[in-house]
Design a protein around this ligand. Sequence first.
Ligand code: ATP
Ligand code: MG
Length: 441
Amino acid sequence: MKNSGKDGQDLPRIIPRPAHNVSRKEISDSALKVLYRLHKAGFQAFLVGGGVRDALLGLHPKDFDVATDATPDEVRALFSNCRLIGRRFRLAHVRFGREIIEVATFRAAANADDDDASHDDEGRIIRDNVYGTIGEDVWRRDFTCNALYYNIADFSIWDYANGVADVERRRLVLIGDPDMRLREDPVRMLRAVRFAAKLDFTIDEGVVAAIRDNVSLLTNVPAARLFDEFLKLFQAGHAVRTFELLWEHGLFDELFPATAEELEKDQAYGRFVHAALENTDRRVADGLSVTPMFLLGVFLWGPTVKLAAARRAEEKMSESQSLSIAAYELVAQQQRRISIPKRFTVPMREMIALQPRFRATKGKRALNLLDHRRFRAAYDFMVLLSEAGLGDPAVAEFWRDVQTLSAKERIARFDVQSPGPGRKRRGRKRRGPRKPRGQSA
Ligand code: ATP
Ligand code: MG
């Protein structure tokens, strides 16, 4: 690797404060406190990663990472609000209310060329826990734009990897040999797409080519890590662009194979997915909450509908039931790629199974749908389906209007027969609280 700098001998280009636009106003008070205290205690203290990159781009960073030559124990000794985390590599988390500043000690890159023990057979990093200098720390980072260090001592930026020029060119360039860097950690392929979408950067040709050769390595990444990455990919406000890039580079297919197969065949489903991604971005832009179960439901809807039809052909059951069963099977299949916690899969299946119920607009059962705990999500889902041409617009309109009515008007609209005075409840009236089932008194 040219310019590998693993001896820490390369010198950085130092950009003095007047020559760059990273202002302390863009750095949170908590991050500044951490930087200043480390500095006053005689350690080197740099802001690094997304905080510097986003500030350079005028993007108002929200997340701050600090790099220092203090060891984790030395960091902990300086801050009472500090916790050490991580087993493979120890990091310090300094907490200020809800904000956490991550403080990492400089470390040397695991180097595949001369250290077999640090990589597995496919080149993945399995050990990178050697402390180092800043001149070594830089080479283990992923993209040049993520390897800029803002020095609290004099507010200069240290640039070893040509990061400032790449930020100016708006290019996402991997440090070192792209093929090797992607094999070390295949999640970097997803990070490339995430940053390209968020920053509106172009992915460098060398990285594009290396992604093409290594997409299949994503299957080696632990499913739990891919869930974390899934959240970052689709809930950061750039879901539409992220999806397009994942698709373009063959990565979506690796993450959601059943969805990708359906998208190849069905244009209306593609419109639905697109509408859902747009809707997610709009919600993020408006500061509204987004739940991953909604998009996961959208991604599994296409294959679920097909499988549900097949299940109904085999066995007599309701449409809702078949959707619920099919969604269960598809979730199980999807979990092998991306592990989705139960707290999302359970409501997601409910939201999917409720869809056929919107078609019934008369009677008590239809009226009760309004009170279902998944009504809101299921309703939004149904509206998007209808906008994509996959549902009856009149039905969507009915459910939109009916929500604005009073309780009395609703009863009329749903043609619910109010129980007349002559009708008696069947069975004996219960007195007192019901005893728990299965337990003797
Ligand atoms: P953002 O916080 O906006 O998602 P970020 O660049 O700060 O972007 P983090 O995941 O917070 O990303 O990581 C902080 C820094 O740690 C990165 O900028 C990069 O230098 C380094 N880093 C993180 N993940 C990796 C990785 N998988 N491989 C190499 N370096 C990484
Ligand atoms: Mg960060």
